[in-house]
Design a protein around this ligand. Structure first.
Ligand code: SR1
Ligand code: MG
Length: 397
């Protein structure tokens, strides 16, 4: 991968993005480049640049100095482009084939150029369309186990681990999660966004001091436990899929945090999809959650047995304790994710696309109930096989 640093930042447009790609020699000299801005995310510009002669295409992503979804009133560090490109390179090393290949990055321009994955579909959309995704759960379970285990103190020497923790300090993006996932949805905050009919359920949540105490404890874990290099935003909109392939994208929220956070966000988003389905279509989602967890725990355990450098790792019970704590945390984080995607700032199509409106309100009310119970009762859930019953019981009104 080429790494560069130009002298001046400027936001690109379709013509300057294509010109940059040509200047960098990312395409053949006689190519005819077409460029389209295709970004539909919350934060960045995303250009697809195609050589209309050969059909070869690349993605050029550029961070803006503010959150695109809000505008210039919400400044945001360009350093997230460095975090994203270096996390993609690290993840490719640890989980080969499961992230897009990076071919160029420039810290000053806040640009990452990578493989175009347009032949794949965003997992959230595929799940809404009830596509068959036989490898999604196994490949995400394996991605999480390998990236999390091999960046933790179980695998790394102490100095190397702490060096990486410094390299992935990501305060601006962590602050977004601290506010939008762990704080604002639990209070009557301006950033929240929900239908007026949900106000009684939101007010019941804000009056629930037990759930707030648990949310405070989960937030503290996120703030302080530098276990491993997280993806940091592993919802189903950060994953491209087909029946055969899985590719994890967008690790701009990467930082050293609690291992349970990535599994929790992924499971939380599968639960949001389950909420959007009729009961007879939900089993495949609960099966995916089980497969995710069993692949994660089996891969993590195999890596532990083969590569742990921790003196205590052979002590009876330590691996089981570690996996049990990760699972409990993941369930709590999943509960926070379900709540924030229901009444917080950034919604998901799984819930917002439910028609008719009355049904959407009913499902979102259930989502708030489910989120609260996942957070409060996470200690009682010890394996993913219990989730289906728990889910059905939690949303009974
Ligand atoms: C203003 S950013 C809102 C959300 O989009 C990202 O994908 C993260 O999930 C963040 O919380
Ligand atoms: Mg993103």
């Amino acid at each position: 991968m080429a790494l560069a640093s130009s002298s001046l930042y400027e936001p690109l447009n379709e013509s300057s993005a294509a010109a940059l790609a040509a200047r960098l020699g990312l395409f053949e000299t006689n190519s005819v480049l077409q460029c389209e801005e295709i970004g539909d995310g919350n934060l960045n510009l995303v250009f697809r640049i195609t050589d209309s002669k050969s059909g070869h295409s690349l993605i050029l992503k550029q961070a803006l100095p503010y959150a695109k979804v809000i505008g210039e009133s919400w400044p945001l560090t360009l350093d997230r482009a460095r975090i994203e490109s270096s996390a993609l390179v690290k993840q490719a090393e640890l989980a080969p084939g499961l992230v897009p290949e990076v071919c160029y990055s420039d810290q000053t321009l806040a640009v990452t150029v990578m493989e175009d994955l347009s032949h794949l579909q965003i997992a959230r959309k595929a799940l809404i369309e009830k596509k068959n995704l036989p490898h999604l759960a196994g490949q995400i379970g394996s991605f999480m186990a390998r990236t999390l285990f091999y960046t933790s103190d179980f695998a790394l020497k102490p100095h190397a681990k702490k060096q990486l923790v410094l390299q992935y300090m990501n305060p601006d993006l962590c602050k977004i999660t601290e506010d939008l996932v762990f704080t604002d949805p639990f209070f009557d905050h301006d950033s929240n966004d929900f239908e007026p009919e949900l106000r009684p359920a939101a007010e019941a949540l804000w009056a629930d001091s037990e759930v707030k105490l648990h949310a405070a404890k989960l937030k503290k874990k996120f703030l302080t436990e530098a276990d491993a290099l997280l993806h940091g935003d592993l919802h189903t909109g950060s994953i491209f899929v087909s029946e055969e392939e899985t590719k994890v994208i967008d690790p701009e929220f990467a930082f050293f945090g609690p291992i349970g956070f990535d599994p929790g966000q992924f499971i939380g988003n599968l639960l949001l999809n389950a909420l959007s389905r009729e009961e007879e279509d939900q089993d495949v989602i609960f099966e995916a959650i089980e497969k995710t967890w069993y692949t994660f725990s089996a891969t993590f355990a195999a890596s532990w047995k083969q590569d742990s450098r921790e003196r205590f790792s052979e002590v009876d019970g330590y691996l089981d304790h570690t996996l049990g704590q990760i699972f409990e945390d993941a369930i709590g984080f999943a509960g926070c994710e379900v709540i924030r995607r229901t009444i917080g700032l950034a919604h998901v199509e799984d819930l917002d696309g439910i028609e008719p409106y009355e049904k959407r309100i009913q499902v979102k009310t259930s989502a708030l109930e489910l989120g609260r119970k996942l957070i409060k009762q996470r200690h009682n859930l010890t394996e993913p096989g219990q989730l289906k019953r728990f889910f059905r019981h939690a949303i009974l009104r």
